[in-house]
Design a protein around this ligand. Structure first.
Ligand SMILES: Cc1ncc(COP(=O)(O)O)c(C=O)c1O
Length: 433
């Protein structure tokens, strides 16, 4: 733990008079060149090539150490290579890896019991990625609408503008972001969008679609949109409207769930129980792709054998890894630590906002935080430059939506690491003051 702080302090001493990003080390540069020749270009990674991780710390291919303030978009809540998760992965992988769901396996039942009792639902449907989990939730909601509610026309799922739930055709069909949407049509019908945080517009949409609405599906905090935290009465208001108009409330907690916001689920902050809950990312602590959809039998059992599934979903490795990931999170007090460290980070970010001209505002919950940058000097690009300057001071983060830097370290971060990261961020911001 101390080493990270020492390394960062050493790098902070190399004060730059103006912004000039450090060149990549020789191994990193050759790895980037190698990938660039033959890899697809659907990502624009920050130039840093990671080769090792432990807790909050990662090392690049040339041996430089960093604090990870992205956590693989909140998948690595438990910290990199958590020993109990790695142990569960390797034990189960050496015993029985994959059976498909053509047969039963001896772990899935235990996993379903564990998850349903932890989250308070009757049943679980296992998938792999977050987008598959959210897609499953849409399918479950549609089937419930036809089979239980008695919808006769085409079922509608209402979502919020600026939502993000992945890259499938259904996800981009229901997206308002032209970058992920344009040029990929034709789009799947059956979705409508309303502004986030606006209960009146939601009610108007519920009235407009009348009896055809299957569900309202939302992120309790919009992560990719820039960590947009709705007012405390919003989610309870959504739930009440879903009850009033007889449709389901789906919470996509793929990014906000598993302790990230200082509670096990983000909806726990406002005591809302969604009808369908989608989990992913940190459900495996970054060791394996695991997602899950939880709901009660009245919704789950409308989908019958052969109507939905996944070769890898519910495999014994995924089930063991997820149980280990959740046990580690709970036993080691990571949820409480996220709340405690999140409060400290919030205070520090507010201090930077009052101190540094280019830091406009901050928001978030627990260890899901955002710093909004005044990028008038270089619109749409300055936040990226700030992230490069942070990288050169030993902290890794990435902008989301132009001028917003998301700050989401693993939930195992301690105060010394947090202080070191905030000093690096302060130094980086100072370059533009
Ligand atoms: C809220 C939310 N839902 C779903 C997804 C999709 O998850 P995955 O990339 O694992 O498919 C994401 C990914 O960032 C997300 O933030």
């Amino acid at each position: 733990m101390m080493r990270a702080a020492t390394t960062i302090a050493r790098r902070q001493a190399r004060t730059l008079s103006a912004f000039a990003p450090q060149p990549l080390g020789p191994k990193s540069a050759s790895l980037v060149a190698r990938e660039s020749k033959v890899g697809a270009e659907n990502y624009a990674p920050l130039p840093v090539v990671l080769a090792k991780g432990d807790g909050c710390r990662v090392w690049d291919a040339d041996g430089e150490e960093y604090l990870d303030f992205l956590s693989a978009y909140s998948a690595v809540n438990q910290g990199h290579c958590h020993p109990k998760i790695v142990q569960a992965l390797s034990d189960q992988a050496g015993t029985l890896g994959l059976t498909s769901r053509a047969f039963y396996n001896d772990v899935l039942g235990e996993y379903c019991e564990f998850m349903t009792s932890l989250f308070g639902y009757e049943r679980l449907l296992p998938m792999n990625s977050g987008v598959e989990g959210s897609e499953t939730a849409v399918k479950l909601a549609r089937r419930w609408a036809y089979d239980v509610k008695g919808v006769k026309g085409d079922a509608v799922v209402i979502m919020a503008e600026n939502n993000f739930w992945g890259r499938s055709i259904a996800a981009l069909s229901s997206s308002s972001d032209p970058t992920c949407k344009e040029g990929f049509g034709p789009y799947a019908p059956g979705f409508d969008l309303v502004p986030y945080e606006d209960l009146a517009k939601l009610e108007a949409a519920l009235k407009k679609h009348g009896a055809n609405v299957a569900a309202v599906m939302l992120e309790p905090i919009q992560g990719e949109a820039g960590v947009v935290v709705p007012p405390d009465d919003y989610l309870p208001g959504v739930k009440a409207l879903c009850e009033k108009y007889n449709c389901l409330m789906v919470a996509d907690e793929v990014q906000t769930g598993i302790g990230r916001t200082g509670k096990l689920l983000a909806v726990d902050h406002v005591n809302v129980r969604p009808d369908i809950l989608v989990l992913g990312k940190a459900l495996s602590g970054g060791a394996y792709p695991v997602s899950a959809v939880l709901c009660d039998s009245e919704i789950m059992l409308n989908v019958r054998p052969g109507e939905h599934g996944s070769t890898y979903g519910g495999n014994p490795v995924a089930a063991r890894v997820a149980m280990a990931a959740l046990n580690a999170l709970i036993d080691e007090g990571m949820v409480e630590n996220a709340q405690r460290m999140g409060d400290i980070l919030d205070g520090e970010l507010k201090r930077l906002v009052s101190k540094r001209k280019i830091a406009l505002d901050t928001r978030g919950r627990g260890l899901l935080r955002a710093l909004i940058i005044d990028d008038a000097q270089k619109p749409g690009e300055l936040a990226y430059d700030v992230c490069l300057a942070m990288r050169d001071r030993g902290v890794l983060a990435k902008p989301t939506h132009g001028n917003i830097i998301r700050l989401a370290p693993p939930l195992v971060i301690d105060e010394a690491q947090l202080d070191a990261a905030v000093s690096s961020l302060d130094e980086a911001l100072a370059l533009w003051d």
